[in-house]
Design a protein around this ligand. Structure first.
Ligand code: AHG
Ligand code: MN
Ligand code: MN
Length: 342
């Protein structure tokens, strides 16, 4: 029996008609992105049967070895959306430079930046992976499109979302009026609204961080985790649980589903690379989703959506999730900065 929720297209059409501020061409672009996520979902589900697993033997701009699925997902996005009349250009984790869209029509109103396949290290072990996307306004005038046009702070996003390829495939998105989550019904090949208007609880007892990096963190993060681990016998007075999937999409989905705090903190190993995650196609879209669901997202020192990018692939420390817990971590950063200034 099919869940009786609305199909994505019905949901988007209704939102456009209700004059909720969702433009018809943005709704159409979201539909196009959803279609590619569906085709990626089917390829990922087939796994070895489709020959999509294993390493591609190439490196991306970050110096990371690409998996076949990184390349496949990136090409699927570029091929399908390269003819979109709603786009002026795209940028991706897997591309050094931007990819202008000029399919013989006038320039579209939007820019798309994406992580085609998030959680690459999980592909070959059959653990959840995802696709993350962020939509920004394109420049309105003519002239050549450049990377500079993409370098807008996250607060300028008009849409952010992800597809999660887990036990079920889900599409989670915001256009600035809350967060809605859709489940792919494989029997009809459509996304169905199953989790409208997600809300992240303000408090949590669950944190997610890669503890193996602990010795490279700054003192405020060391303090926060130490106190979590001390549990009910420490200053926090409560016991915490820990999770680490190593797919940001899956971690954020858990936070959106039941609360929690997810962190990939500043890391002293490579000062030029403050943290592991990328601002424009990982941190910013996830920050918009989390804020739209009542949570917070910060670098520890600054609201994530206010960070001004200076490079398409720049990295940033990430702390996001239940707002009271994020506030606790920010307060430790603020205190440490004040002490250092004295
Ligand atoms: P990607 O596969 O797009 O390179 O991103 C992987 C990211 C993110 O999804 C996850 O939170 C983190 O890297 C995992 O890091 P560890 O390898 O340190 O666990
Ligand atoms: Mn990623
Ligand atoms: Mn990726």
């Amino acid at each position: 029996m099919r869940n009786q929720g609305k199909f994505l297209a019905q949901f988007l059409n209704e939102k456009v008609r209700q004059d909720s501020g969702l433009e018809a061409d943005l709704a159409a672009l979201i539909g196009e992105i959803a279609t590619i996520c569906k085709s990626l979902s089917y390829a990922i589900r087939a796994g070895s049967l489709e020959g999509v697993l294993g390493t591609a033997g190439t490196e991306n701009v970050q110096g990371e070895t690409q998996q076949k699925l990184d390349v496949f997902a990136n090409e699927a996005m570029l091929d399908s959306l390269g003819v979109s009349e709603h786009l002026a250009g795209m940028a991706s984790e897997e591309l050094t430079d931007i990819h202008p869209v000029s399919a013989g029509h006038s320039r579209g109103r939007y820019l798309l930046i994406f992580d085609p396949l998030d959680g690459s290290s999980n592909i070959d072990v059959n653990v959840s992976v995802g696709t993350i996307f962020s939509v920004l306004p394109a420049p309105s005038g003519g002239g050549e499109l450049t990377a500079q046009h993409f370098l807008q702070p996250g607060r300028e996003q008009v849409c952010a979302g992800y597809a999660l390829y887990g036990p079920s495939t889900m599409l989670v998105l915001t256009t600035g009026s809350g967060v809605d989550a859709f489940t792919l019904d494989p029997r009809v090949g459509e996304f169905v609204l199953t989790h409208p208007q997600r809300q992240i609880p303000a408090d949590t007892r669950e944190f997610a961080v890669n503890m193996s990096n602990q010795r490279f963190w700054e003192p405020p993060m060391q303090r926060y985790i130490k106190e979590c681990l001390e549990g009910s016998t420490g200053p926090r007075g409560k016991d915490f649980n820990m999770r680490w999937v190593a797919s940001m999409v899956a971690e954020v989905h858990r936070v959106l589903s039941r609360g929690g705090i997810f962190m990939y903190p500043y890391d002293s190993r490579e000062p030029g690379r403050p943290g592991r995650l990328r601002l424009m196609y990982e941190a910013s879209p996830m920050a918009m989703l989390v804020e739209q669901a009542g949570g917070s997202a910060s670098t520890g020192y600054k609201r994530m959506l206010d960070v001004q990018p200076d490079d398409l692939h720049q990295r940033v420390p990430v702390i996001l999730g239940s707002r009271n817990e994020v506030a606790q971590v920010i307060s430790y950063h603020t205190q440490a900065a004040a002490e250092a200034a004295n």
